[in-house]
Design a binder for this molecule. Structure first.
Ligand SMILES: [Zn+2]
Length: 322
């Protein structure tokens, strides 16, 4: 727990698999309001942790006055429906979260089409087709995760529960961070994590258009570097006290990876798929969509800094050094 100038943060930290360390979400209490920032996964363990944390501070679920969501991923919105079943409170998120959280059919068919084209244009062949089939199945499977309550859109110039909304696209197109300037606290979601890099996952915007994800991610990092922050409360793992250092490490890491990919292009690997196969031998099969996000994202970056150019041959992008 942290308290400063009549405001408290009660973290809820639940162990998580896959190197995530923990699922973190936060109660943010001021006079007259109790906000829940993110909502863990939909598990009894998360639910019990939330209830226990509330109880420790003499509070109950019904004391929550609103929920604020950093982004649409399932491990950040898991308890929203359970909480709203007890008490309907406003749920705030980015506009691009809404079609995803409400499982909008039109959007999800655009999204399948988006990935089909993306993988074809990057020469992914059978692996891409397999991933598109997986995506089609997940549209049906994930229907059960639909958020039932209405979601209120928020953006950059808004303040919610006293927190400044900071748009931080990159890890996801709808990613937001929430800034308490007075206390120098930043709720960073998955944009800022100390022990692992936040994957800049390729996703379409709500109209099905491609976003230059890694470039957005870097811009969002540079934006956060300008904030006067003492503590970052992240979506996973330990709290961050040296934000500037973390940001500069993350920026250096993308430059280093881009350089390595450039070497591969110089030695004749010209499509994103060929580069992915060489660079991510072992992960290619099991983590295909993540691998392609990393490769395509870094190729976008090399293109914007004029290190490579691409040409479309028989419907597939080929990269060459500039
Ligand atoms: Zn996430």
């Amino acid at each position: 727990m942290m308290t400063k100038n009549d405001c408290s943060v009660y973290p809820i930290i639940v162990p998580a698999p896959y190197g995530l360390k923990s699922y973190n979400f936060y109660l943010y209490k001021q006079a007259g309001s109790l906000s829940l920032i993110d909502a863990g996964i939909d598990s009894d363990e998360c639910w019990d942790s939330l209830c226990q944390t509330l109880k420790q501070h003499g509070l109950e679920i019904t004391d929550i006055t609103e929920m604020i969501v950093t982004h649409n991923h399932h491990d950040h919105v898991g308890l929203v429906n359970r909480i709203c079943a007890i008490k309907e409170v406003p749920v705030y998120a980015h506009e691009d979260s809404i079609c995803r959280l409400k499982r909008d059919k039109e959007f999800f068919s655009l999204r399948v089409q988006f990935f089909k084209q993306l993988y074809e244009e990057n020469g992914c062949g059978a692996a891409g087709e397999k991933q598109v089939e997986r995506l089609k199945d997940s549209v049906v499977q994930n229907e059960k995760n639909k958020i039932k309550t209405d979601i209120l859109p928020i953006h950059e110039t808004h303040t919610v529960a006293g927190l400044r909304v900071i748009e931080t696209p990159g890890h996801s197109p709808d990613h937001l961070a929430f800034f308490d300037a007075e206390r120098k606290w930043l709720f960073g979601g998955d944009h800022l994590i100390s022990h692992i890099s936040s994957n800049a996952i390729i996703e379409p915007d709500r109209n099905g258009n491609r976003i230059l994800t890694l470039i957005k991610y870097r811009e969002s990092l540079q934006k956060c570097a300008k904030l006067d922050v003492e503590t970052v409360f992240p979506g996973h793992g330990d709290f961050i006290h040296d934000l500037q250092q973390l940001i500069s490490n993350r920026l250096i890491k993308t430059d280093e990876k881009a350089e390595k990919l450039l070497r591969l292009i110089e030695t004749g690997h010209s499509t994103a798929n060929e580069i992915a196969l060489v660079f991510y031998k072992r992960q290619y099969e099991n983590e295909f969509s993540l691998v392609m996000s990393e490769i395509i994202g870094h190729l976008d970056y090399l293109e914007t800094i004029n290190k490579v150019e691409k040409t479309l041959k028989n419907g597939v992008w080929h990269y060459s050094p500039n």
